[in-house]
Design a protein around this ligand. Sequence first.
Ligand code: C5P
Ligand code: MG
Length: 188
Amino acid sequence: MNIILFGPPGSGKGTQAKRLVAERGWVQLSTGDMLRAAKAAGTELGQRVAAIIDAGELVSDEIVIELIRERLPEAEAAGGAIFDGFPRTVAQAEALDALLGERDSQVDAVVELKVIDEELIQRLVKRAEEEGRPDDTEEVIRNRLKVYYDQTAPLIPYFDEQGKLKAVDGMGSMDEVAASIAAALDKK
Ligand code: C5P
Ligand code: MG
């Protein structure tokens, strides 16, 4: 199974991906986590992307596609991938379709977590207090939302045309959202 968890920053993709890992044994592939790890480790890649992440802009398609490509065998061995925060652009989605196609695989479902902006901003400001992510300041949060609506939301019709889009109410508690995701995934 290959599942994309889709939605704006703060919609709960990472939280719900971790639950799916625990419950189903799949592998979480979070390009945001990978980029933050590279930045924290000070690798050449990390140094190249640091300013982009801190501004809430998107790293090039080539970089994130390569990060995903490297991890596909591991996810395949585990029986599934949960793509969290990837793809972010139509070009990334097309590249993912091609990479999986080469492996006789495909994206099986796209779960879109729907959360209103006001709630997203509240959650991210709270996360800033708890985790201190440098891109969770109010100014960068607003830019990340703009980048989402400009560059990532156009993926919604792309997935819809493929018949893969499952919209889920992301406004409830973590348990409620997890139950809605499970229902969407297991519905035949
Ligand atoms: O997915 P997450 O919100 O954790 O990503 C954090 C940051 O990583 C994004 O704001 C962006 O700067 C960068 N990113 C990216 N391209 C992706 C995923 C994340 O540029 N596909
Ligand atoms: Mg995340």
